[in-house]
Unconditional design. Structure first.
Lengths: 410, 410
């Protein structure tokens, strides 16, 4: 019996599963300095002001600004050198009218000082006097208390994926532990009577499993923990039992890489429907490669049935699987403004279908050019050679050489 | 004594250290499925052809194409159904003239078959005969032996940083272990009498170390192993002994985050010169933020002295430190075509200086806009708020709102 496809547009397919997938809501507390790449699960207000004391922005002399007004090369202001504030110490000496105190970049300002004269604009006269040959305004070369961040100001918001500088910002205000989302566990099964583990020699008719490893690598880069199950035969009961066990064992997402023949794809859909409500959400997506992709939900767990073709599996997991992982993490995929490139050759497509075409990228005369790699979607080395996927929108029947296209790096 | 700066343009500064830094040349063998993000240290030729047998690209019937020539809806070709090739098995049944064998997508073709008729273009007649209502050409719907990759073809070249699809490509041809560069060890010291560990409460005049953590996070993302040393006081002998120990203990790169006052910066340069030949290579870069950056080499190890300002330290380590790490890995920084955005506000600069201005990014009407965050380079929260750094080239005295600018994501 031929399969009945009700193809769904890619955006709609993604929306259907994202709508039902809920953030895990389970968190863990980890050291801030190990938290780069992890997702915050609560807003973080600053527990203190920063800086906590007025700091000098320059090497120079802390002064009362009004003592320098009118100073110039011809008529310098003379100030009495009252001492020095060593780095790391409170200012033990104050600056009275007509006085100056040596300060270093980042050092603390004495209480009565309101500006810093750069050392380049001064001259030492004897042991304890300086000439100032350029006036400073109040506040000049001073970093005020709280200028970096104020008490209670939002440092970062829930759902933010921490970068190197965020780790720095948190540590700067003494936040040495953070609560982050625990990593979603993605259970991945390769299935197919023809599929064997990569370390085994192949016999005629056999191919090595690569899809589960490709999906695992993509999932882990997005912050998930990938759990590869054993390779399953094309047998309904075995698939169902293995899928149920994965959910019982705490999988937060289930991926079956399920071969490409119609009967096997139907089996995946049946398994999803048997796992629980609502079961299959999308059976077939108006896209290429990856049309036979199946999406579902059961027991609150997002389910994804990927075609056996490695390029299809890669593209669909990148386009739909990764956004699901970010949803589980309570966040959106990292802001990645679309990259644009000029197309180096004509490409045909079909209206009503969104195509992702592997391409190489090269910069030429300051413009980025995308050269499509014409391919069969079964060929993994098409992707190995690719720098990106260029997108042919749903409403186009093709693109012409020279047109600007959106490209996603892979 | 005022410091003597001979400012070097950023490209020249980077070139000077990259010229002297040599790839580590030390490798390790790891499982391929754990190698995503690691750098290959040798070209990898394919040890086999892929596919190893002729595969069907469709669900359908393997046939001799000439038996279908002239077939149509009105006058179908009738072929005898000779059997099926189950997935994962060698084709045990052959296709004689006038015969057809059921095959599944990805399955093996019988020896004498040279094409596959899609199942949609056939009809079963009784138990053992099919009607074919559309002809196929020889080779149609067949993936030939070696079409994905040929024996000995280069899979990937030395210096390639492995992505998810590369892991798949290697496993597809049975390469389950790969030789990759070992991670460079980057020793990082924060120095400064005012600097304390982030978990400590601050006293007046003290600030928490964040630069060593920021550098560590950036270095690790680039594939290095970061080794943070203890926080060092502004004392020449302590700095020199600690730096020597780091080199003796096998550091492949040494980073001192060294405060911002002139005396402290001079101390870093003196330490570098005492560590060995050639010592300091660059003392001051024509850039902002980060002018006081110091680059050097000693005992074959690249040395980097970063300003104490966190924004300067971040920018300079990103712009120069990361390329050094990739050089140690025997590769170039990942191909990252420059992102372009339109500038949302005027910015002033100085000719002869390359500026990196933290900015936020937003897409508007399909165009990417960069909004500069005007900042003091001492303020870490400037970077926390930033999506990218926009570049003001060396020869510009500023940029005008609406201009296209290069932006680097941070």
């Amino acid at each position: 019996m031929p399969e009945f496809f009700t193809l769904v547009a890619p955006d709609e397919a993604r929306a259907r599963i994202l709508e039902q997938a809920a953030p895990l809501g389970q968190t863990e507390i980890i050291p801030t300095h190990k938290a780069a790449g992890r997702t915050l699960c609560a807003d973080v207000p600053s527990p203190q002001v920063l800086p906590e004391f007025r700091r000098s922005a320059m090497d120079g002399y802390a002064v009362q600004a009004q003592d320098t007004f009118g100073a110039g090369d011809a008529l310098p202001a003379y100030l009495k050198l009252a001492g020095e504030v060593p780095m790391g110490c409170a200012a033990a000496v104050d600056v009275g009218p007509g006085a100056a105190v040596l300060v270093h970049t980042g050092g603390m300002l004495p209480d009565s000082a309101d500006a810093v004269v750069m050392i380049e604009n001064t001259q030492l006269v004897g042991q304890d006097e300086i000439e100032v040959c350029k006036p400073v305004a109040p506040g000049e070369n001073v970093i005020q208390v709280g200028e970096d961040i104020a008490l209670g100001d939002p440092i970062l918001t829930s759902g933010h994926i921490l970068r190197a500088q965020d780790v720095g910002g948190l540590l700067a205000v003494g936040i040495v532990q953070v609560e982050v989302m625990r990593r979603p566990r993605v259970a991945i099964f390769a299935t197919g009577d023809e599929v064997i583990e990569p370390y085994l020699p192949t016999r005629p008719g056999q191919v090595r499993d690569i899809n589960s490893y490709i999906v695992a690598a993509l999932a882990e880069r997005a912050g998930a923990e990938a759990v590869r199950g054993s390779i399953l035969p094309d047998d309904f009961d075995t698939l169902l039992v293995s899928a149920r066990q994965a959910l019982d064992n705490g999988a937060d997402m289930l991926v079956l890489s399920a071969g490409s023949s119609v009967s096997v794809r139907d089996m995946t859909a049946d398994v999803f429907n048997r796992l629980g409500e609502p079961g299959v959400l999308v059976h077939g997506i108006a896209t290429r490669p990856g049309k036979p992709t199946i999406l579902g939900m059961a027991q609150g767990v997002p389910l994804m049935g990927l075609p056996g073709n490695p390029v299809s599996a890669f593209v669909q997991f990148a386009m739909i699987g990764l956004p699901v992982i970010y949803r589980l993490l309570g966040t959106a995929p990292p802001k990645e403004p679309s990259m644009r490139a000029r197309l180096a050759a004509n490409i045909a497509s079909t209206a009503g279908r969104e195509d992702y075409v592997p391409c190489t990228l090269a910069e030429q005369d300051g413009e980025l050019w995308a050269e499509p790699i014409f391919f069969k979607s079964n060929l993994i080395f098409t992707l190995v050679k690719a720098d990106g996927l260029l997108v042919i929108p749903l409403d186009k029947t093709g693109l012409e050489a020279g047109e600007w296209v959106r490209v996603r790096r892979v």
